[in-house]
Write a protein that binds this ligand. Structure first.
Ligand code: SF4
Length: 217
């Protein structure tokens, strides 16, 4: 049987895109332009963007339109190729359902730093300045994706997620930052557990979804 080849996507289903602050993880508090792609086959029960799951529910946009819309959203001083100062976060949905080589190259050529938030459950593609891997129990990450992570973000929904997260931490590269983040609906219960866990295991850090506390997208 012939091996399947990945064809870089020239259009992508875009659920929404917006300029805001990154609310969580290693780049929390920095200005960032988010591109949320439609389509997800992971199916987390606590997913807070279930409307992203059906790719067909979102308009296909060309790479050109996606990148030019991003450029219009950021301050004029940054609309210069090579500035590489403003972060573009590609999220979903599960963005790695698509081959993101063309999108990431175009974003970088326009002066963005390319960041991705992924469950790692599909093949890696694209040229990334930062990879945030957030494994999900509902569809495990591919083993070959894990060493690429600059940041491992484990969502804590119940106590068993600590041990589950350690399995992935053991597979990351030595420079990978390790974060524990309360699942939003369980935050009141699990945040104290996370604090205790980090005090006992200081290689981990706390990630809070600050954008939800200050009510920004
Ligand atoms: Fe939702 Fe993300 Fe889980 Fe997909 S991977 S179901 S978008 S939380």
């Amino acid at each position: 049987m012939e091996k399947a080849i990945n064809i870089p996507a020239t259009t992508l289903p875009v659920m929404e895109s917006f300029y805001t602050l990154q609310g969580e993880g290693a780049h929390q508090g920095k200005a960032a332009y988010f591109i949320r792609l439609g389509g997800c086959d992971v199916g987390c029960v606590w997913c807070d963007v279930k409307e992203s799951w059906d790719a067909d529910a979102h308009p296909q946009k060309s790479i050109d339109v996606i990148v030019n819309t991003a450029l219009q959203a950021v301050p004029a001083a940054y609309r210069l190729a090579g500035n590489n100062n403003i972060i573009a976060v590609v999220t979903g949905g599960e963005p790695l359902l698509y081959d993101l080589e063309l999108l990431t190259k175009a974003l970088q050529a326009a002066g963005f730093r390319t960041h991705i938030e992924t469950s790692g459950s599909s093949k890696m593609s694209g040229v990334w300045d930062w990879i945030c891997l957030s494994p999900k129990k509902f569809k495990a990450p591919l083993p070959e994706v894990i060493p690429f992570a600059n940041e491992l973000k484990i969502i804590i929904y119940n106590k068993s997620d600590f041990a589950w997260g350690e399995k992935f931490a053991a597979l990351t590269n030595a420079d990978c930052k390790l974060y524990l983040q309360p699942e939003w609906s369980k935050a009141a219960t699990v945040t104290p557990l996370i604090i205790d866990y980090i005090k006992a295991n200081p290689q981990w850090q706390l990630s809070l979804q600050v954008h939800k506390y200050i009510d920004i997208p």
